[in-house]
Design a protein around this ligand. Structure first.
Ligand code: ZN
Length: 186
């Protein structure tokens, strides 16, 4: 029987994923991407979640949800307690793992990302790779108006150093990262 036009799958994980998407969309509603096109920030979150969903045959629903939520603590003041209440401890731990300490200077945070990359959990590394792919893609498609070529190059090289530090990179996403990196002409 061909079910491709009306495939029936369990609703619960899809409902949970969409609840995470809605939560993230509301939390980031006022935020734009830094690029000249000033896209809604939620575009980045959807892209990260899509990359995670495409990184394996079997869907890790919590990981896709954490993809949607990965910047909520860092960028929107959402607390870990709030995430725990709404989505449970597994997803909260993943989001906390993705959260930089914004009390530190930016250069220190960037150095720490390189230093900490090898120690991230295997699932955390999937989010990290998806995040870096999305950020490089957006720098290629719509860089911030005031970024020089050198600043873009520095960012690409920094992102590559973070990714090179991952101890267990997902092969599908690593290949996509490499393709994206290669598109930078500078
Ligand atoms: Zn992000």
């Amino acid at each position: 029987m061909n079910t491709s036009h009306n495939e029936s799958i369990p609703a619960a994980p899809v409902q949970r994923i969409l609840a995470a998407a809605m939560f993230a969309a509301e939390k980031h509603a006022a935020q734009k991407r830094k690029g000249a096109a000033a896209e809604p920030y939620v575009n980045h979150l959807i892209e990260v979640a899509q990359l995670i969903a495409g990184s394996s045959e079997q869907l890790d629903a919590n990981l896709v949800m954490a993809g949607f939520l990965h910047d909520t603590i860092e960028d929107t003041g959402t607390t870990a307690e709030e995430l725990e209440q709404a989505f449970g401890s597994d997803i909260t731990a993943l989001v906390v793992e993705m959260t930089d300490d914004k009390s530190l200077p930016k250069e220190v945070r960037k150095a720490l990302q390189i230093e900490n990359a090898p120690h991230k959990s295997v699932r955390g590394q999937v989010i990290k790779l998806a995040d870096k792919i999305s950020n490089l893609r957006s720098l290629l498609a719509s860089p911030p108006a005031n970024w020089s070529l050198e600043r873009k190059r520095d960012y690409f090289i920094w992102a590559q150093r973070v990714v090179d530090g991952l101890s267990a990179p997902n092969p599908i996403l690593k290949a996509e990262f490499d393709r994206t990196f290669a598109r930078f002409k500078g």
